[in-house]
Write a protein that binds this ligand. Structure first.
Ligand code: NAI
Length: 268
């Protein structure tokens, strides 16, 4: 432990259970001296085990549907009161596709579901930042991170409408990041993470196949949820204060590979 986040305060969205990337991040942020409020949707708070995490990290949980601006305003007001000041770091670790859940193929979308997933997985990031920006809730040199996936740039057929949502999410990071940087000296980035065995990850059809494929392609293998948490800690720390508007690939090298020896051997 390096005390990298000593004196820093934040909000962490999206810890559902102990497999969640946000869960590991909350544990690591706590170990590095950061204090925070945890948030998730009311249904996920009921269904998941976030209260255990709250106890473990000595933090409070505030429910917010990330698609509701009113919920987010309430969350940010309450969070500043609880942690005793403005915010230094925010993790947006939120994703959900109804088409994926219902098994609707990409070529056979129900557009009500498409819109719902877009709102939850992408526009919610804009909403979170707009609420923080308007309330002037972020400290200078604060850091905002959202989690993305490579299907934003390349075709992974079964990633479905989430591919489009991730592309939109990454674009919001750049567009809002400009204004947040210029006006408040706050940095905004997305981390594009390896496939990871979580509730959201395992919901994707063919997940076992593509997590194994990515692992065999990447020279370092897949990055775990804990690795992602560590990277996020570094992005929240002062050591990365000039990094903004980036989509940061955190994938063991997968994204720059053409083919690996291990994968080739399967076809020889
Ligand atoms: P997870 O299922 O543990 O987390 C997803 C979270 O989104 C849950 O806590 C859920 O309650 C929350 N959520 C859904 N609807 C919400 C709403 N309306 N308001 C507030 N919160 C809501 O899964 P995981 O994998 O930890 O997902 C976190 C992020 O990482 C997501 O953005 C996901 O797309 C991204 N990601 C995941 C990868 C994977 O393979 N698992 C790979 C790359 C990125």
């Amino acid at each position: 432990m390096y005390n990298l986040l000593k004196g820093k305060r934040g909000i962490i969205f999206g810890a559902l259970d102990e497999n969640s990337i946000a869960w590991k991040t909350a544990e690591r942020v706590h170990e590095e001296g950061g204090v925070f409020v945890l948030s998730n949707s009311p249904a996920s708070i009921r269904m998941g085990s976030i209260m255990q995490l709250a106890q473990k990290t000595d933090s409070k949980v505030i429910a917010a549907d990330a698609t509701s601006v009113a919920d987010l305003e309430n969350l940010v007001d309450q969070a500043m009161e609880i942690i005793g000041g403005k915010i230094d770091f925010v993790l947006h670790s939120i994703g959900m596709s109804v088409n994926v859940r219902k098994g609707n193929h990409y070529t056979n979308q129900n557009y009500e579901y498409t819109e719902k997933a877009w709102n939850v997985s992408a526009v919610s990031f804009h909403k979170v930042m707009q609420v923080l920006y308007k309330k002037d809730a972020m400290n200078e040199w604060g850091s905002i991170v959202a989690l993305s996936y490579m299907a934003a740039q390349r075709v992974f057929p079964d990633y479905n409408d989430m591919a489009d949502n991730k592309a939109y999410l990454e674009s919001i990071a750049r567009s809002f990041g400009y204004f947040f940087g210029r006006d408040k000296k706050v940095r905004v980035n997305t981390i594009s993470q390896s496939p990871t065995a979580t509730k959201a990850g395992q919901g994707v059809k063919g997940f076992d196949g593509f997590i194994a494929f990515a692992d065999k392609m990447a020279p370092l293998g897949n990055a775990s949820a804990l690795d992602c948490a560590n990277y996020t800690v570094s992005m929240f720390s002062d050591l990365t204060k000039m990094v903004t508007l980036q989509n940061l690939l955190h994938d063991g090298g997968f994204s720059n590979m053409g083919v690996s020896q291990q994968v080739m051997e399967m076809f020889e």
